[in-house]
Each structure stands twice: as structure tokens, then as C-alpha cells.
Design a protein around this ligand. Structure first.
Ligand code: CA
Length: 230
């Protein structure tokens, strides 16, 4: 079941959206402000976010910018909800990375049509993101990894890291570069974090018989060789 989060401070609209989407077989969670929304985001991310722009405390545009600047959240499609005549908001929202907008007041059918259209569009984009390397198959949308037919369970960061390496096979990736890409520029961690994640990925791969895939390049970083010997 697809999950949708809806950030909307007006109780009536939030309840209408929740009811309409759950009737259409979506799992919906409503939030009245950014605090409760982010608390849930840390636990689980949804397939799509409906975001009202006029919110108390932190407004929707600020939230949108935060989402699009966060490596963990930036690929989640966002539909913004705007009041009738605020044309400029729509433009700003789309420029900031929103996928679509819905103008209030709106009908249930329009809501469903927009949600489904955005999910179809993003699904298509993600469908192509099945990467293979040697016997490894990584499906980014399903967030699964298999070595031959054996599933390998990775944590979120391990998965992102291996995906990044598979996208860049044959290229030496420095620890700093990996930190920036996977943990974000603001991350105040050390490069040792990267080493620890590489170590656990290797252990998990070795456990299913997939050995020596990740090469350590002395004083440079890590890489996946262009060709893997089977
Ligand atoms: Ca509002």
C-alpha cells in the first residue's frame, strides 16, 4: 500500500483528504504542523507528500525547501496545496521542486487524479533504477538488494552508499565525496563513518558469498571495479 503524508493545519481539509485517499486504498497520515510531520518522517518516509503552504510556525515553502535539500527526502514527490489566487506561490513551489499543485478549494476527484498522476510519473522514473553489478541486483524503488537470489538487508545509509557506488562503478570515490553525497554537506561526522559503513556492507555481502566487490584504494577511497570477475 502506498503511503501519503498530508501537512495541513485546517482540520476539515485534512480530514477530507485523509478520508478520500484512504477510501482509494492509500495509507494516509495527517499532520497539523512541521513538528509532528518531521517526527514521523524520521520513523518512516511516505511515497508522496501533500503540503499546504499556509501553515502556522514553519510555512510550507520552508518545509518544501528543507525536503528538497535533504538527501533522504529530496526524491519524495510533493504536491503543494495553495489558496485560490496565489499564482506566485505555485510558480515558486514548482521552482523549489514540487511536482504539482492543487488549488483550494478542490474536489475529491481532482485530488485523486493529481495524486495518481504524480505517483505514475515518479514510479516511471524510479522503475529504471534497477542496477546490476556482477551477481548483485539493486532495486532502488523497492529498496531491495539481492546477490544472485539471496536477499541482503542493508540499513538506509548502507543502501544509499552501495547504490551510489554502483552508479559510479569504476570511479574511485573519496571518503569526503561519499560523506557529502550520502550524509549531506552539513553532516558533522568524520570520514570514519564511511569506513564503518563500508565494513558492514562488506560483511553483509560476504555472508551471502559475495566477496571482494568493494576495493579499497589506498589513501584515496573506495571503488567498485568496472568489471567484476565471477
Ligand atoms: Ca493552511
Amino acid at each position: 500500500m502506498r503511503t501519503i503524508y498530508c501537512v495541513e493545519d485546517e482540520t476539515g481539509i485534512r480530514e477530507l483528504i485523509t478520508l478520500a485517499l484512504s477510501t482509494a486504498d492509500f495509507e494516509v497520515k495527517g499532520f497539523e504542523d512541521s513538528t509532528s510531520f518531521y517526527a514521523e518522517m524520521k520513523k518512516k518516509t511516505p511515497d508522496l507528500i501533500l503540503l499546504d503552504l499556509m501553515l502556522p510556525k514553519v510555512d510550507g515553502m520552508t518545509i518544501l525547501n528543507e525536503l528538497k535539500n535533504n538527501v533522504d527526502y529530496k526524491n519524495i514527490p510533493v504536491i503543494i496545496l495553495t489558496a485560490k489566487s496565489l499564482e506566485l506561490d505555485k510558480v515558486k513551489g514548482l521552482e523549489a521542486g514540487a511536482d504539482d499543485f492543487i488549488t483550494k478549494p478542490f474536489g475529491v476527484l481532482e485530488l485523486l487524479a493529481r495524486v495518481k498522476a504524480v505517483l505514475r510519473r515518479t514510479d516511471k522514473k524510479i522503475e529504471e533504477e534497477v542496477l546490476t553489478y556482477g551477481g548483485l541486483t539493486l532495486d532502488y524503488s523497492k529498496r531491495t538488494l539481492h546477490y544472485n537470489d539471496n536477499p541482503v538487508t542493508l540499513t538506509y545509509k548502507e543502501f544509499e552508499l552501495l547504490y551510489y557506488m554502483m552508479l559510479n562503478k569504476g570511479i574511485v570515490l573519496s571518503r569526503d565525496k561519499i560523506l557529502q553525497e550520502i550524509w549531506g554537506y552539513d553532516y558533522e561526522g568524520e570520514t570514519r563513518t564511511v569506513d564503518m559503513h563500508i565494513k558492514t556492507i562488506r560483511q553483509k555481502l560476504e555472508a551471502v558469498g559475495c566477496t571482494n566487490y568493494i576495493t579499497t584504494v589506498r589513501s584515496a577511497g573506495y571503488k567498485l571495479d568496472e568489471q567484476v570477475e565471477l
